[in-house]
Design a protein around this ligand. Structure first.
Ligand code: ZN
Length: 263
């Protein structure tokens, strides 16, 4: 009953708030992972974006302002992760806060000696358990230049990881996935990356992944969507686990040869 109501409600939202085709074309053509999609997948991504923008609240911080193009850009990247998982995967929270640049949340935490300390670091993004996603617009934009890092994918991967509690690199797996396989694969790849980084060797992922298993999962997710060839070449088992987790296989999709020209 509830599911039928939700389907009806979502159909109504899609009818009442159709995507502006010009805006959609302009913004979606910036992303290589969208260029790889088939037409039906692209249509489904567009519908997910409409629902996402309806259900989530994207607020600028302070006197910063956001236009529809910026909101859609965030929605496209966030919805790419859940293209085959559904919007329910982003349940239990609604807010996305966008700062113009890197931000300093000045949050307090307990250090290893048990003393309270203030964090004076700058962040390009943060995801809070059952709370908001916070983004730096400058960092979001740099991903649009096809930079190696993608802060939106990164933070929303943390959100998926948090569906079963704190982000720890061990998200809630689907029934057809093996917990043992996931653990073995990610533990081994994490150790390998950290060892290579320590030895000063070239690494396939951003070394920020060595911060913790949670960061490894988020960085691997960025690479999975942005540079699937690279992840598959260096960590094929991680790539395979992410295919099972995201229920998508980016490598099975062709990036159009003229993609760079249409950007
Ligand atoms: Zn992170």
């Amino acid at each position: 009953m509830f599911s039928a109501y939700r389907t009806w409600r979502r159909r109504r939202i899609l009818q009442k708030h159709p995507l502006d085709p010009v805006l959609w074309q302009r913004v979606s053509s910036r992303f290589g992972f969208v260029a790889r999609l088939t037409e039906p997948e692209r249509e489904r991504l567009g519908e997910l974006c409409v629902l996402f923008l309806h259900e989530k609240q994207i607020s600028p911080a302070g006197d910063f302002s956001l236009d529809n193009e910026m909101r859609l850009g965030i929605a496209i990247q966030a919805c790419m992760l859940i293209l085959n998982l559904g919007l329910e995967s982003y349940r239990d929270w609604i807010e996305i806060i966008v700062y113009p640049d890197e931000f300093m949340p000045r949050q307090e935490y307990r250090n290893e000696h048990g003393l309270m300390q203030t964090d004076n670091s700058f962040y390009s993004g943060q995801a809070w358990l059952r709370g908001p996603v916070i983004l730096s617009w400058a960092s979001v934009e740099s991903a649009w230049q096809h930079d190696a890092a993608n802060v939106v994918i990164h933070e929303f991967a943390h959100k998926l990881d948090m569906l079963n509690g704190n982000a720890d690199g061990f998200p809630s797996l689907h029934a057809d996935m093996s917990r043992q396989q996931w653990t073995q694969t990610f533990t081994h790849a994490y150790a390998d990356l950290c060892r290579r980084a320590r030895l000063g060797q070239a690494v396939a992922l951003d070394v920020y992944a060595c911060e913790s298993p949670a960061e490894f999962f988020a960085v691997a997710s960025e690479t999975f969507f942005e540079f699937p060839e690279m992840l598959s070449r260096h960590y094929p088992e991680v790539y395979h686990q992410l295919v099972l987790f995201y229920r998508q296989d980016p490598l099975s999709r062709q990036l159009p040869g003229d993609w760079r020209l249409v950007r």
